[in-house]
Design a binder for this molecule. Sequence first.
Ligand code: C5P
Length: 400
Amino acid sequence: MCSLSNKRIIVGVTGGIAAYKSAEIVRRLQDRGADVRVVMTPGAEEFIRPLTMQALSGYPVHSGLLDEKAEAGMGHIELARWADLLLIAPATADFMATMVHGKADSLLAAIYLATPALVAVAPAMNQGMWRHPASLDNVEKLSQRGVTIIGPDSGIQACGDTGPGRMEQPDTIIEQASGMFSTGLLQGKKVVITAGPTREALDPVRYISNHSSGKMGYALATAAADAGADVILISGPVNLLVPDRCQHISVVSANDMLVASLECAKTADIFIATAAVADYRAVSISENKIKSDDKVLTINFEKNPDIIRTVAAAHKSAFMVGFAAESTDVENYAKGKLKTKALDAIIANDISRSDIGFNSDDNEVSWIDADSSITFSKRSKAQLSRDLIAQIAGKYNDQH
Ligand code: C5P
C-alpha cells in the first residue's frame, strides 16, 4: 500500500450524521504519517464541533469563505494549492450536487474548484436519497471528472432505514484514499533522478555550492515510486528524509554525481536531472586550509562536466528529462538546452520569482518537448511531481 508520510490531506466534512466518523479519519490519517487540515461546511458544524477537529488535527479548522482572518492565514487558494488530496467524508447528496454544478458557495466548495489535488468523496445519505436518479447521476458525473468515489456502505442507517448510503468505514476510506497515490503508471520501470546541489571543495574545510534544497527531486522520487517505478535517487547534500521505497546514493561533488549517474543510467528507462550542479570546481583543491591573510584571494576554476548531457550521449535509449532554472526569456533558453543537451523534454521554471522554485514548497513550470509546450500552474511540489510523472509516463509510453 502507498505510504501517506508527508502527504498533505484536507479532510472536508459536510453536514451529515456520519460527520462524527471524520474525527477518526483525521486521527488515522495522521497515524499513517499524513499532514492533515480540516475544512468544515456550516452544516457539518451542526453535527460535530470544530473544536473537536481542531484538537485532533492540531490545527485550526477552516470553515468561512469570507473570514478575513482565516484568509490572511491560509486562504482558500493557498489551501487548494497546499493539498495533495482533498478527501470529503462524509459527502452529502447536497454537497455532491454543489460539486457537480461548480458552485463555490462555501470554503470547501471553493477549494474543490480551485485544487489541482486528487479528490475523493465518501458519500453518506439516506438510502432513498442515494437511490434517487439525481444522486446517482451526480456520482457518475463526479466519477467521470476524475473524483474517486469511496463507498457507500450498505446496512442499517441512522434514520432506521436499511440499504445503501451509509458512509464507508474509516479503515476502508483510508485504504482506498492512500491507494489513489499509487498510479502504477511506471510499474517496473527504472527511474534515476539527480537532486540537490553539488559541493566543490576549495580546501579541507571550505567549498562552493548553491541554494538548491533538493525538494523538487525528492518529490519526483516519491511520485515515481508511488507510480510503481524502481527509483534511484542520486543526491547532493540536502536536509531531507530519503523517500520510502527509493534507493539513495549520496554524493558530494559534480564528479561524484557523474560517476554514479553513468553507472545507474546503464539500465535506466528514464533519467531525470533536477540537480543544481555547480558549474565550476577549483582547478586544484588546497591540501591545507587556505590562509586568510591576503586581501584578495584568487582561485582558478574549471568547468564541471555536464552530467545530463554526458548521460544522454552515453545511454541513448533512456528517456531524458532535464530542468532549466531561468530568470529571463525562460522558454527560449529552455528550448536551447533541450537541443544542446539532446533531451526528450525539459521542465523550465522562472527563478526570478521568490514564491516558487528554489527552497520553496511550491513550483510553477513549463514542460517543453519537441512538439509541445505545456504550463503546469503553481501548485505544491508534491502535486506537481505527480502531474509531471504522469506526463513523463505518457510521453515515455508513446515512444515505446
Ligand atoms: O545548463 P543548466 O545548468 O541550466 O542545465 C540544467 C539541466 O542540466 C538540469 O537538468 C541539470 O540537472 C542539468 N545539469 C547537469 N550537469 C551540469 C549542469 C546541469 O546535469 N553540470
